[in-house]
Design a protein around this ligand. Structure first.
Ligand code: FES
Ligand SMILES: [Fe+2]
Length: 457
């Protein structure tokens, strides 16, 4: 690893005064080389098979939320590629949660079929073998009809490793993997002020996309495409002067300044509609708007701090930059977080069980519950008008067909790209990806994937 830093044009440090161990510190430069990456990773069944055997079965992935299984016996189902898992609450203690492969030990039927449910026991739909929620065998009907040796071990449900972080449940099929918090470090420390466990789900969408899961994931760990795909947001996002930080285990982040005009726009002085929109969301009096765009980000930071103080909401843990900016994290292998003081957008990219050119995209929005009817949840959270923000009702998961509206304006713009990208990368005329420094998170991520596939990890 090279410990020098990028020349300033290749990365930006939003707070040069940050202490080296602070969450705002610029991470040491990681030299990931300059190779052009092969395209079979997006198209080939053999590559997908290797990816499954060497990466998916050996890494931590986000299965779901602790809050979705509040009572003993509550479970959720988590499907990942060809596997399916059950995550169940087994006791009252906050961490009394176990995970099992979703499979009956008799002849292999799947035990649960719904995404969410509540049970006293898991009873198979086929011949009624039954297990306690902690996985112990409860009953084999007509046990006398089995050779005693075949059932002498009283087969329990097949357990899978399950660990928790701030309200999230992660699973890992590898019994030898490092503990979850070590795997994620230093992300949990950076993200502690957001208090994810206290947030509530306000949006839960799922949609199939006609592309390899990595095509979609790649598109969400860079913002170099914003000027072309999302030009409407350039007025209030600086998507060029980005702080990129690369961490171990393929993790990375970009710190994206909101409330600042993109350098790609000619007019960076006028307080444009986008900036006015952000200021109105924090109830900044139009009379107090700064004269030029340069003052807007600071004005929003101050308004948010005084808004929080007036409502006894603790924003002391947040830096000023965290109050305005998108702290945008890539959790290897298939999760992105857009963290804001108001809430969190989670994107999850899952492979299709068989087809390397299909995937499942999940979008979950969590917010800190609030009962104030005058509260404007910022537009970047993607919350529909009229959504209950009290946290008292958990919206149902909504399945959206490809091409159907519903993902929100910006993500719809991304979704349209997916089919074209998949068709393009499989062309004989395409020679592989050439990443810029603005795409350094992709290079870092793909290098990590290759470490799994080559057996180095
Ligand atoms: S397959 Fe489950 S009881 Fe037979
Ligand atoms: Fe995008």
């Amino acid at each position: 690893m090279n410990s020098s830093r990028f020349p300033s044009a290749r990365s930006f440090h939003h707070n040069p005064d940050a202490a080296p161990d602070s969450p705002e510190a610029l991470a040491p430069y990681v030299d990931n080389g300059e190779e052009i990456f092969t395209t079979d990773r997006y198209t080939s069944a053999e590559y997908a098979e290797l990816e499954w055997d060497r990466m998916w079965t050996r890494t931590w992935t986000l299965a779901g939320l602790v809050a979705d299984i509040p009572k003993v016996g509550d479970y959720f189902k988590y499907d990942l590629g060809r596997e399916s898992f059950i995550v169940v609450r087994t006791g009252e203690q906050p961490d009394a949660i176990k995970a099992f492969y979703n499979v009956c030990q008799h002849r292999g039927n799947q035990l649960v079929r719904n995404d969410f449910g509540s049970v006293r026991t898991f009873r198979c739909f086929f011949h009624s073998w039954e297990w306690e929620i902690d996985g112990k065998l409860k009953l084999i009907p007509e046990a006398e009809s089995y050779p005693p040796n075949l059932i002498a071990d009283e087969p329990p449900l097949s357990a899978v490793r399950c660990e928790l972080w701030d309200g999230f449940v992660f699973l890992n099929m590898d019994t030898d993997a490092e503990p979850l918090l070590d795997f994620l470090a230093p992300l949990p420390e950076h993200l502690a002020p957001y208090r994810f466990a206290e947030m509530k789900v306000v949006k839960d969408l799922q949609t199939p996309w006609p592309c390899n899961w990595k095509i979609a994931h790649d598109a969400f760990i860079e913002v170099q495409h914003v000027h072309a795909v999302h030009p409407e947001i350039l007025g209030f996002i600086n998507e060029y002067n980005v702080q990129w930080d690369l961490y171990r285990n393929g993790m990375s982040r970009m710190l994206l300044k909101f409330g600042e005009v993109s350098p790609k726009l000619a007019d960076r002085t006028t307080v444009n509609d986008g900036l006015e929109g952000l200021m109105s969301e924090v109830d900044l009096d139009p009379g107090a708007y700064p004269d030029t765009a340069a003052g807007v980000r600071k004005a929003i930071q101050q308004a948010k701090r005084s808004w929080a103080t007036s409502r006894n909401i603790d924003y002391d843990m947040f830096t000023d930059n965290q109050l305005t900016d998108d702290w945008n994290y890539s959790l290897f292998p298939n999760i992105t977080f857009n963290a804001h003081p108001e809430g969190l957008l989670i994107q999850r990219f899952r492979p299709h069980p068989r087809d390397p050119q299909s995937m499942v995209y999940d979008l979950l929005v969590l917010i800190h519950p609030i009962e104030d009817p005058d509260y404007n949840v910022p537009g970047y959270m993607g919350v529909e008008p009229g959504t209950d923000l009290s946290g008292k009702t958990r919206p149902k998961r909504r399945i959206i067909e490809y091409g159907e509206d519903g993902l929100g304006f910006v993500i719809n713009q991304d979704a349209i790209m997916m089919g074209y990208m998949q068709r393009g990368v499989q062309s004989r005329g395409y020679k592989g990806a050439r990443y810029s420094h603005q795409e350094q998170q992709l290079r870092h991520w793909h290098k990590e994937l290759e470490r799994y596939l080559s057996g180095e990890k």
